[in-house]
Design a protein around this ligand. Structure first.
Ligand code: NI
Length: 198
């Protein structure tokens, strides 16, 4: 009986070690995150501020960058990968060499206006004109923990405003007419249904 207990304990320890190893390997390889698609209600959750830049936050940022580059896209908010923290990654450079990480960003000022076609990784394949401020000043924390101000115009300004909307549960489709929005909703729901049933 004692011997059986011993064997059982050894097996349990081995199983625990094995699952820990599998978990570690998966953490390493699962760096491309699943992007939520509109009209998923989780896209409406308001993100909370990051309290401390821990290793988990650093891992989240690197996974978000990889997810954005792979998509490919020029911006991604944590909300879109179902993490409800005030974290954004952006890269508007042509060769994907200039990542910008925004932690707990706050808008200080907005002025001017511009209208441009916007798309979103959570609203795949739809591009519609949206009016935004032309110039935005944002105070944000970097991944290194320094507080900086970003002075952005044109595309970067649009991108920052679009991503910051995600953090409060807002999407670019909210700026469109009811008719356009419901057309997009219907098409995406239809696509999601097809994907689910295979
Ligand atoms: Ni978006």
């Amino acid at each position: 009986m004692l011997f059986a207990n011993f064997i059982f304990s050894i097996m349990f320890i081995m199983l625990a070690a094995f699952s820990k190893l599998v978990y570690k390997i998966c953490q390493k390889c699962m760096s491309v995150l699943n992007i939520l698609h509109y009209p998923d209600s989780r896209l409406r959750i308001k993100a909370k501020p990051v309290k401390e830049i821990t290793n988990e936050i650093k891992k989240l940022v690197s996974d978000m960058l990889e997810t954005m580059y792979q998509a490919p896209g020029i911006g991604l908010a944590a909300t879109q990968v179902d993490v409800h923290l005030r974290v954004i990654v952006i890269d508007i450079s042509e060769d994907k060499s200039d990542p910008l990480v925004l932690i707990n960003p706050e808008i200080i000022s907005l002025d001017g206006n511009q209208k441009s076609d916007e798309g979103c990784l959570s609203v795949p394949d739809f591009y519609e004109p949206v009016e935004r401020a032309e110039h935005v000043v944002v105070r944000t924390r970097t991944l290194e923990g320094t507080d900086i101000e970003i002075d952005a115009h044109e595309l970067l300004a649009v991108c920052i405003q679009h991503e910051m909307d995600h953090l409060i549960g807002k999407l670019f489709v909210d700026y469109l007419s009811e008719m356009k929005r419901s057309r997009i909703t219907k098409k995406l729901l239809k696509l999601q249904k097809i994907e689910q049933t295979g």
